[in-house]
Design a protein around this ligand. Structure first.
Ligand code: KIV
Length: 271
């Protein structure tokens, strides 16, 4: 399956429609124009320039040192390769600590790098930031569950929401962020049942990573699906390169597996 070059651009309205229609949304990270082109032609719906670039592009231990300039640079490279996919870009650590700072930084991503949506980690304390951005025309994807920018506070990369009180808080934060204007929600490393509940409770599309099969879409890091993860690949990822003869085929197989609902299965999920 290769998407025709003249396919119209994916929009936020279309993502909403996909949720309504039950069509799964395929999301994958990219950090440069070559891979962005491959992903776009394979039918990836959203290309995410994640701050995971700190690890997979820069060889860092975590995402904290990633700067706004890094995000602008890589996003601009990726934007040059996209004809159809929507470009979502991460707000790096400390770039959205107040509505004013967030507006300046998200504005840069929209103006200088062609971002169509920004993603930011955080719960209900981000309500005013989300409101400020969305009311100024900047689409936002909120990010709940495991928030890698809080790795030191969390004491490691671990599943979030196993305890009842944490699960309840996550559920209510998802609703708060939706009410503040968030256009999408990403859930990372969340028990599948909780992710399914939150997906049903909100009307915005929910993208999961290590969050089971019931979310409206799935995202993985490109290096993980190509089997070139620096270090150990996470349990929730799958190497799509193993059975593919080319990178193009691996990405197409990833998209098909999401659309056909064969990925993720129980082995990639947390109970
Ligand atoms: O930074 C990133 O690539 C991400 C994904 C892992 C969801 O946030």
């Amino acid at each position: 399956m290769s998407v025709h070059k003249s396919s119209p651009k994916v929009t936020i309205r279309q993502l909403m429609q996909m949720k309504t229609d039950g069509e799964k949304i395929a999301v994958l990270t990219a950090y440069d124009v070559s891979f962005a082109t491959v992903l776009d032609e394979a039918g990836v719906d959203i290309v995410l320039v994640g701050d995971s670039l700190g690890m997979v592009m820069q060889g860092l231990d975590n995402t904290l040192p990633v700067s706004m300039d890094d995000m602008v640079y890589h996003s601009r490279c990726v934007a040059n390769g996209l004809k159809r996919a929507l470009l979502m870009v991460d707000m790096p650590f400390m770039s959205h600590i107040s509505p004013e700072i967030a507006l300046q930084n998200a504005g840069r991503l929209m103006k200088e790098s062609g971002a169509q949506m920004v993603k930011l980690e955080g719960g209900s304390e981000q309500r005013d930031v989300v409101q400020a951005l969305t009311s100024n025309g900047i689409p936002v994807c909120a990010h709940l569950g495991l928030q890698p920018q809080r790795v030191h506070k969390l004491g490691g990369y671990r599943v979030q929401g196993r305890e009842e009180d944490v699960a309840e808080r996550m559920h209510s934060e998802a609703c708060v962020l939706e009410q503040a204007g968030a256009d999408a929600l990403l859930l990372e490393c969340v028990p599948a049942a909780l992710a399914a509940q939150i997906t049903a409770a909100v009307s915005i599309p929910v993208i999961g990573i290590g969050a089971g099969s019931e979310t409206d879409g799935q995202v993985l890091v490109l290096q993980d699906i190509l089997g070139i993860t620096p270090g150990r690949a996470p349990k929730f990822s799958q190497n799509f390169m193993q059975d593919a003869g080319s990178i193009q085929q691996a990405v197409q197989n990833y998209v098909s597996a999401i659309k056909n609902k064969t990925f993720p299965d129980k082995d990639h999920s947390f109970s």
